[in-house]
Design a protein around this ligand. Structure first.
Ligand code: ZN
Ligand code: ZN
Length: 234
């Protein structure tokens, strides 16, 4: 599904949004739960391209629904995998992913942990840091957005006025919100990341969950940040 020119949401992926960026070569942002590779590559072929055209996979953060099919896609495409160093030990399997925090979701995820599929460890080829430029679309700038995870990143495309944000901005309930508390390691830090993103110029938002927002997304984020910073009770 085309969101704006050369930016597609891969249809039918379980768990999370997977974005495909078109150019001379292709790039994926995130990969879905384990077992999503077939659907992703089918979509690549539907667009008249080949799996080997996928040159890069950018990981927004280490959560299973985002990295689950990275290893399989790496094998099938030979793509280079890019991620922030602070999430690298969880992607490579060097360290187990931290369990969800408290609350009902924390309890549910602790109960389900032994039976949930785990991600096959993936090798990160290139680490990316805040401020790095990537030659994707008209040019992307990496923004480090810690809080949901330590090494979360967003991609800002000034020419397209586009922000791909992973889970640091939630869009599951038809409105923007902070990331879900149970799966967020440091909410105060996540709020700081939201404030930082609110300072960027963009109109189109591609979140990890929920529908992409085309038009007015920057203004909506600024309204969210104002509500976080507003006096209590308003
Ligand atoms: Zn997440
Ligand atoms: Zn997610």
């Amino acid at each position: 599904m085309e969101i704006i020119a050369n930016v597609h949401l891969v249809p039918g992926i379980r768990g999370t949004n997977v974005y495909l960026l078109l150019g001379a070569s292709l790039a994926l942002v995130d990969s879905g739960m384990p077992g999503s590779e077939e659907k992703i590559l089918e979509y690549v072929r539907e667009l008249g391209r080949e799996p080997a055209d996928v040159a890069r996979i950018v990981i927004t953060h280490h959560h299973l629904d985002h990295v689950g099919s990275v290893a399989a896609l790496q094998e099938r495409t030979g793509a280079q995998v890019l991620a922030h160093p602070a999430d690298l030990p969880f992607i490579s399997g060097e360290q187990p992913a931290p369990a969800a925090q408290g609350g009902l979701m924390g309890l549910v995820s602790r109960l389900l942990a032994p039976i949930l599929p785990s991600a096959k460890p993936a090798a990160v080829d290139t680490t990316v840091e805040d401020g790095d430029h990537l030659d994707l679309l008209g040019g992307a700038i990496v923004v480090h957005v810690p809080g949901h995870t330590p090494g979360g990143i967003a991609l800002h495309f000034p020419a397209e006025r586009l922000l791909i944000c992973g889970d640091v901005i939630d869009h599951r309930r038809e409105r923007l919100g902070p990331p879900p508390a149970a799966f967020t390691v440091d909410m105060a830090q996540a709020h700081d990341s939201l404030r930082r993103l609110a300072g960027l110029e963009f109109d189109v938002l591609c979140p990890g969950h929920g529908a992409p927002l085309v038009g007015g997304a920057g203004d909506q984020l600024r309204a969210l940040v104002q509500s976080l910073d507003g006096p209590p009770g308003l």
